[in-house]
Design a protein around this ligand. Sequence first.
Ligand code: ZN
Length: 146
Amino acid sequence: MADPEILICPACDAANRVPHARLADAPRCGKCKALLFEGRPLALEARRFDRLIGSGTLPVLVDFWAEWCGPCKAMAPTFAAAARDLEPGFRLVKIDTEAEQALAQRYAIWSIPTLVVIAGGGEVARQSGVMDRASLVRWARGAAGS
Ligand code: ZN
């Protein structure tokens, strides 16, 4: 793990090189000085999501959800809590499937909530339906091999 990770800033989308061993030291963006991890999921639209997937090196855990979906809302606090467990080894992202229909289609999201783990730029696992926090964290780590 000597190689630096490429972290995309949650505030300005700048790419930051951070040594893997320094991930837990509350790294900040070299450009805008924002914290690179905020302890919560990022709500992204397609352009920013593509930037993250295309240029970042951390595994990404995506929650595809929608406002009208009861189970999605029920799981939102669990997903938010999982960000505190999984960062800085992961980036957690929320995609609103109503606002980002093309993205939901690209990932063939047929039911929500659906969680997708992306590592090395490609999908490595997905799971639909509500999960508890411990199962979610265990599943995501196992899927990303971390
Ligand atoms: Zn920044």
